[in-house]
Design a protein around this ligand. Structure first.
Ligand code: 13P
Ligand code: SF4
Length: 355
């Protein structure tokens, strides 16, 4: 993939520095990070802060109209971005929205693999990411040659990838899943097939337990979700015995605590569950950005983050200031080379046809 025409994710072999897994198929590029431009102005009096924020929002709205643009934001984005976005959702919802929009420009406030997915689903639109450092450590944990080698070991295997993968990886796979639809997609695959699942070990373990299918697991993980420790969850559950415990399947604590969770859900699944549930309190085991969404939609309910440390440094690269820069400078364009896109879109479209 290329970002704003500056990088070639397929052959440069550079370490992207995200996580020690830099692999040349990166889902972002730290060398192009925005530093001071796009950062917050620092301490301001409440009145100045309010005026500053209002001015920022006004400029963004004006540019959006001028560019025929929409802002799609993932549930983990900072609250200021969520509040101005045209749509806030999970990986699946964002892909579906990108596909459906008739806007000319999509500012994708999320991470790189999500923007790539949008770019592949709507090649005639301009997809921008506010910060090129918004990659994904989990996505960087598998690269195309590894998939090809794994396939050789299991020639009849069906390769299923989590949407958290680079386009070049998706191009090697048969089906794509998100945390919302994994079970449905796996159940769609003929029962006699062995399945090779990349890259998330914990989501894969969850799908294996639920579907009872012969699934081989890659050993990737998300560092933000790995920061959620079972011991912390135990303490919270003891302190708040009436709270429902909702867990994202990327959680490192999944294998130990899956049976204790009231529900294992995608980020949007959690929002919908809270809407339906009569419970008043919830322990939320996922990246902390979701707390804003939950508090905004249900101010009458109480949410406890399973860990305050479960912040995603890649998601947090984007700021409202960088959304403004993105719209004013039309940066950073995310594109996928047509040959890769033609193959990578196949597992994505298969998934979208099932859900
Ligand atoms: P969902 O929002 O699809 O549940 O995904 C979580 C995530 O970690 C995306 O990187
Ligand atoms: Fe990737 Fe984890 Fe961040 Fe999601 S939360 S974007 S899986 S590093």
């Amino acid at each position: 993939m290329t970002t704003n025409g500056h990088m070639n994710g397929h052959s440069n072999g550079h370490s992207n520095g995200h996580n020690g897994h830099g692999n040349g198929y990166t889902s972002g590029d730290v060398s192009l990070r925005e530093t001071s431009p796009g950062s917050s102005p620092g301490p301001l009096s409440p009145a100045h802060r309010a005026a500053y924020e209002a001015d920022l929002r006004r400029q963004i709205e004006a540019l959006k109209a001028q560019r025929h643009a929409i802002i799609l934001a993932h549930n983990y984005q900072e609250g200021r971005i969520q509040d101005i976005a045209d749509f806030v959702g999970d990986s699946l919802g964002l892909a579906q929205k990108a596909k459906a929009t008739d806007a000319e420009v999509i500012v994708f406030a999320g991470v790189h693999f999500m923007a790539e997915t949008a770019a592949m689903l709507c090649p005639d639109k301009t997809v921008l990411i506010p910060d090129t450092g918004a990659g994904c450590a989990l996505a960087d944990m598998v690269i195309p040659p590894q998939i090809r080698a794994w396939r050789k070991e299991h020639p009849n295997g069906v390769v299923v990838c989590y949407v958290n993968t680079a386009a070049a990886v998706k191009a090697e796979c048969d089906y794509c899943v998100t945390s919302t639809n994994g079970i449905k997609v796996i159940e769609h695959i003929p029962a006699d097939k062995e399945i090779l699942f990349v890259p998330d070990y914990y989501l894969g373990s969850y799908l294996k337990a639920k579907t009872k299918r012969n699934i081989h697991l890659w050993k990737g993980y998300c560092p933000a979700h790995a920061a959620i420790l079972p011991e912390q969850v135990d303490v919270l559950r003891e302190r708040h015995p009436d709270a429902e415990f909702l867990m994202h399947p990327e959680c490192g604590c999944t294998t130990k605590q899956m049976h204790l969770a009231d529900a294992v859900l995608s980020t949007e699944g959690m929002v919908r569950h809270v809407e339906r549930s009569p419970a008043r309190e919830f322990i939320i085991a996922t990246e902390t950005g979701l707390m804003h969404r939950l508090q905004q939609t249900h101010p009458e309910k109480t949410f406890y983050a399973a860990s305050e440390h479960a912040g995603c440094q890649y998601m947090q690269r984007n700021t409202l200031e960088k959304v403004l820069l993105s719209l004013s400078r039309m940066q950073h364009r995310v594109t996928v080379p047509p040959k890769i896109a033609a193959r990578a879109v196949v597992p994505i479209e298969r998934m979208l046809a099932i859900v």
